[in-house]
Design a protein around this ligand. Structure first.
Ligand code: FEO
Length: 399
């Protein structure tokens, strides 16, 4: 795609990646793709802000050359060292060796370790400024969004905040790069949430610190390194990130994630009865089969809903493995303080509930009612399952 003007002299030169299957080698995005947004400022001094992953170098170079010759670039600013943004750094060093590379002190250290680049680099401090001519850049330390070295770069005359991972999302751009050009805002907001919970949520306290710090800065355009560029309603993505970050410590929205896994359909039967009970209470429910749904899609539901019902059988005196694996990722992501309930069956001895407690206890989940049956759930068990779902949902409405 051609370079796109964001503001006078400021251009988007992003790389659109629709062939990637896994982001960070973990999170499936083959249906959505992703964009590595990069920007160039064409002033007396010319600066690139963030690069891109190393897989589409030719496209990227062609976009730069629409704006300026590579030999004219004065600065490359590395907000974040993760290789989805720095992957082209060695190529750029070869083709534009005159360009000084700027980053936080920690980024400069990491640059040597990741790419063996140590010459013509300069560390910037929090609050430092850099004049390009008409445009002045200010560097804002925002550690751990997403790595410890991460900064944001702020252009002061046009009030553009290059926020890197913060305020980003999955999703290759679909023609328009701006929020006001997007005809599918629900798609981007859903994928921004999934990205937030998969990638950023563990650092939610840092996100809130950064948003607090940014309150002192007038921002007209949020230009992240993934997802849409927000110029019509920059506050929208900031407020969404704030809401999601607050869920790390505050109660989430009323609703139930109904997470189940079934070997031969018995747990599924019980799950349908539980779901009927929840809906009778009038509460939203999202249903996931843990064995067939990547945890990337499950995590956003658990993050944003106040309650979780877990349905899984005992398997070899323990919790059915697909459920245990999904919940281990929930634990890795430190999703705390949920209200939960459990149902499931066993053939000759239990064990699922015992393992479930060992996973949930460190997360401080409040495990309330449990419903267990032997073999298949009978009609009486299914009636109990409906009641179980309804009562759990009502308890969430009361809290
Ligand atoms: Fe988009 Fe943390 O890299």
């Amino acid at each position: 795609m051609a370079a796109v003007e964001v503001k006078p002299d400021i251009y988007w030169i992003g790389v659109i990646d629709r062939t990637i299957d896994l982001f960070e080698g973990i999170w499936p995005i083959s249906d959505t793709g992703v964009t590595y947004n990069s920007y160039i400022i064409d002033d007396e001094k010319k600066a690139i802000i963030d690069l891109a992953k190393g897989n589409k170098g030719d496209d990227y170079l062609a976009q730069i050359e629409e704006v300026t010759d590579l030999s004219q670039i004065d600065y490359i600013i590395i907000n974040h060292m993760e290789p989805d943004h720095s992957g082209l750094i060695k190529l750029m060093r070869r083709l534009a060796p005159q360009a000084k590379i700027l980053g936080s002190k920690k980024a400069i250290e990491m640059m040597a370790k990741f790419f063996d680049i140590t010459d013509n680099v300069q560390a910037v401090e929090d609050g430092d400024t850099l004049s390009l001519g008409k445009h002045t850049l200010k560097f804002i330390y925002t550690p751990f969004i997403h790595w410890p070295e991460t900064i944001m770069t702020y252009e002061t005359s046009q009030r553009v905040l290059f926020s890197c991972d913060a305020f980003g999302g999955y999703g290759a751009v679909r023609g328009g790069i701006f929020d006001d050009e997007s005809l599918t805002p629900d798609f981007y907001e859903r994928e921004a949430l999934r990205y937030y919970v998969n990638i950023v949520a563990n650092f939610s306290a840092r996100v809130l610190n950064a948003i607090e710090k940014l309150n002192a800065i007038p921002v007209d355009v949020i230009a992240p390194s993934h997802g849409l560029v927000w110029r019509a309603d920059a506050a929208r993505i900031v407020n969404l990130y704030k809401k999601w970050a607050e869920y790390a410590t505050d109660e989430a929205e009323p609703g139930v994630t109904l997470l189940y896994a079934s070997m031969y359909g018995n747990t599924e039967s019980a799950m349908n009865a539980v779901a009927r009970g929840i809906s009778r209470a009038g509460l939203p429910v999202e249903i996931f089969d843990a064995a067939r749904t990547h945890v990337s899609y499950i995590l956003p539901s658990i993050w944003t809903k106040s309650g979780v019902i877990i349905g899984a059988p005992t398997y070899e005196v323990s919790l059915f493995p697909p459920m245990a694996e999904a919940l281990h990722m929930v634990a890795r992501k430190r999703i705390l303080n949920k209200k939960a309930a459990y149902f499931g069956g066993h053939g000759w001895s239990g064990g699922a509930l015992r393992e479930l407690k060992t996973i949930l206890d460190p997360l401080k989940w409040e495990l309330g009612t449990t419903l267990e049956y032997v073999g298949s759930p009978k009609a009486s068990d299914l009636k109990l399952a409906e009641k179980f779902g309804e009562e759990f949902a009502k308890s969430l409405l009361r809290s």
